[in-house]
Ligand binder design. Structure first.
Ligand code: AOF
Ligand code: ZN
Length: 367
């Protein structure tokens, strides 16, 4: 491995990342072809169903690929999916060396692409900037390993950990830049989830509103065990975005029909001591094509995800203000631990500033 390898792989990762939000359920993939120190081909996967990154890069490189090195952020595929296997294309292109950031977690590939290239006598190196590649495709890896959506818990709180006053007033905790940042995440995910309490209290639209360009609206998922969502709730307006109401299995068919008539999907799931069964709900949502979910509260829903081990990532905004008050709301409510060792440990991977606010990205610590 050389610094140059890292440089070209970084370029491939940046190309891949530029399609964030557009490739679901597929991964983000970038490819760069280098011949004698010159970049002769670049490509990225833009959208599910469209050509893979390698295809674009080889089209650009054409005969210059002969004897060149291919940098690709994910192992070239070996299967017939919506498109034919890239490993064959790579093999036939005449490249001498292939540098791969990470093996494909898709069981249909899982090392077979790399093996196919090695068997063809091509030098293959795996693991360059692997950690970055894994972060970039954290959602895809999670999907492949668990067959469940990747859940991002987002909340905005004051320096003293409050998300709203005791009346529930929360407009606004953070500044404009942080709120714009959240809309960028909404654009990137398939689903946005809140509890019916939030729908009743705030009547949110839960759509994406980006300053520049048109964002995509995620599917709105409302956890509403007894279907209490008010008739005139903004989330029931399905002209802009789709809506799924998740209720308990004991809700009557009549009531369910009232909502399905409005164009909303109703998903009945079982219950446990924490409320609706998150595991079952996530499995079913994945079957409906939801690969990632932005969890936007309220604090009871947040707590039930936490307690059922269903949070995969945290994005937390901390505003430079102190609210105070022992009745002010906090991000996770609904249970009261007695000892510090009952806390959920996380690993903070990033902290930076977005406008005036602090942004922290963390992941649950396993074990
Ligand atoms: C992509 N883009 O650039 C690469 C992928 O259904 P298909 O044919 O598009 O195949 C999707 C699978 O191909 C995907 O799950 C991953 O395992 C592999 N590689 N996919 O969408 C790409 N290189
Ligand atoms: Zn492919």
């Amino acid at each position: 491995m050389t610094n140059l390898d890292e440089k070209y792989m970084q370029l491939a990762l940046d190309l891949a990342a530029s399609a964030k939000g557009n490739t679901n359920p597929n991964p983000l993939v970038g490819a760069v072809i280098v011949k004698d120190g010159v970049i002769v081909g670049t490509g990225l996967h833009r959208k599910a169903g469209e050509p893979h990154a390698e295809v674009h890069a080889f089209r650009m490189a054409s005969e210059h690929a002969h004897g060149a090195t291919l940098y690709v952020t994910l192992e070239p595929c070996s299967h017939y999916g919506k498109t034919p296997p890239c490993a064959n294309l790579v093999k036939d292109s005449g490249v001498r060396r292939v540098v791969v950031a990470m093996q494909d977690p898709n069981p249909a590939v899982a090392g077979r692409g790399i093996q196919l290239l090695r068997d063809a006598g091509i030098e293959v190196e795996v693991g360059i900037l692997e950690q970055q590649a894994r972060r970039l495709n954290e959602r895809f890896i999670h999907n492949m390993l668990t067959q469940r959506p990747f859940v991002i818990s987002k909340f905005a709180m004051t320096l003293d950990g409050k998300i709203a006053t005791h009346t529930g007033h929360s407009k606004w905790v953070t500044g404009e830049a942080a709120r714009e940042d959240v809309h960028q995440i909404r654009h990137e995910v398939d689903g946005i989830l809140v509890g019916v309490g939030t729908v009743i209290a705030d009547n949110p639209t839960l759509t994406t509103r980006l300053k520049e360009g048109n964002g995509k609206h995620p599917t709105r998922i409302i956890m509403d065990s007894s279907l209490r969502t008010p008739d005139l709730a903004n989330v029931l307006n399905t002209e802009q975005a789709q809506t799924i109401l998740v209720c308990s299995k004991d809700v009557s068919q009549d009531k369910i029909d009232q909502f399905t008539e409005k164009g909303v999907t109703v998903l009945p799931v079982g219950k446990n001591e924490h409320g609706l069964q998150i595991d079952e709900m996530l499995e079913q949502l994945y079957q409906l094509g939801i690969t990632d979910i932005l969890l936007e509260g309220g604090s009871k829903v947040n707590a039930s995800f936490l307690q059922q081990g269903a949070i995969d990532k945290y994005v937390v905004y901390i505003a430079p203000k102190v609210l105070g008050g022992n009745l002010s709301l906090t991000p996770f409510a609904g249970y009261n631990p007695s000892f510090m060792n009952e806390a959920w440990n996380v690993e903070v991977t990033t902290f930076d500033k977005v406008g005036e606010d602090l942004r922290i990205i963390a992941y649950p610590k396993l074990g």
